[in-house]
Design a protein around this ligand. Structure first.
Ligand SMILES: Nc1ncnc2c1ncn2[C@@H]1O[C@H](COP(=O)(O)OP(=O)(O)O)[C@@H](O)[C@H]1O
Ligand SMILES: [Mg+2]
Length: 179
């Protein structure tokens, strides 16, 4: 018996897998779109709801289509920020872009003002995009501890905090009580 896995008309057996995470697998559809198939309804709903909240902010992928545990969203052609920072320095400009993304997260009213470095993609034109929003409502806090931990592992925690102090002293003060 041949079982064809169709998700809203998309036959994933014919598509190239570009990533697997804890919640699902992602397949490329074309140069602009990819499809994420979720294992659990709960995370499908969480990701759909949070992606809808940020459709007016270019830091996040565009939403094209969704259905039974799948979401078609914008394919981001770039590399993970942790990989990038292993070969390139953390400049003030990159820190500024991380802060811009942080501001986008706060503005979106996500409750967790944070993300992992590998969920941030840097594109050819040095734009930062956050690809995975499934867990942004799971906890509530403002100091981006996961982000700071990722930067610490790369030896950039102090540099980044110095940039924040310089660029956004009031933000540094707020975070200062928790890091
Ligand atoms: N929009 C996207 N553009 C490019 N690559 C993506 C995109 N979404 C996911 N990926 C790739 O697929 C992997 C798994 O996707 P992700 O959304 O993080 O799944 P999970 O929620 O299961 O962790 C990512 O780490 C990334 O490498
Ligand atoms: Mg992920």
């Amino acid at each position: 018996m041949v079982i064809i896995k169709l998700y809203g008309g998309y036959d994933i057996d014919k598509l190239k897998c570009i990533g697997k995470g804890i919640h699902g697998s992602v397949y490329i559809l074309d140069s602009k779109r990819c499809i994420k198939i979720f294992k659990k309804m709960e995370f499908y709903e969480k990701e759909l709801e949070t992606l809808k909240m940020v459709q007016r902010d270019a830091h996040f992928p565009k939403l094209f289509d969704w259905g039974d545990k799948f979401i078609v969203r914008e394919y981001i052609d770039g590399i993970e920020l942790d990989k990038y920072l292993r070969k390139n320095p953390l400049t003030t400009n990159i820190s500024l872009k991380i802060i811009d993304l942080y501001d986008g997260i706060v503005k979106a009213e996500f409750s967790r003002h944070d993300t992992m470095l590998f969920h941030i993609f840097i594109t050819q034109d040095s734009t930062l995009r956050m690809i995975d929003t499934a867990r942004v409502m799971k906890e509530a806090y403002s100091c981006p501890k996961l982000l700071l931990k990722g930067l610490k592992n790369l030896g950039y925690r102090e540099d980044f905090l110095n940039h924040v102090k310089l660029l956004r002293p009031e933000l540094y003060e707020t975070w200062g009580y928790t890091f």
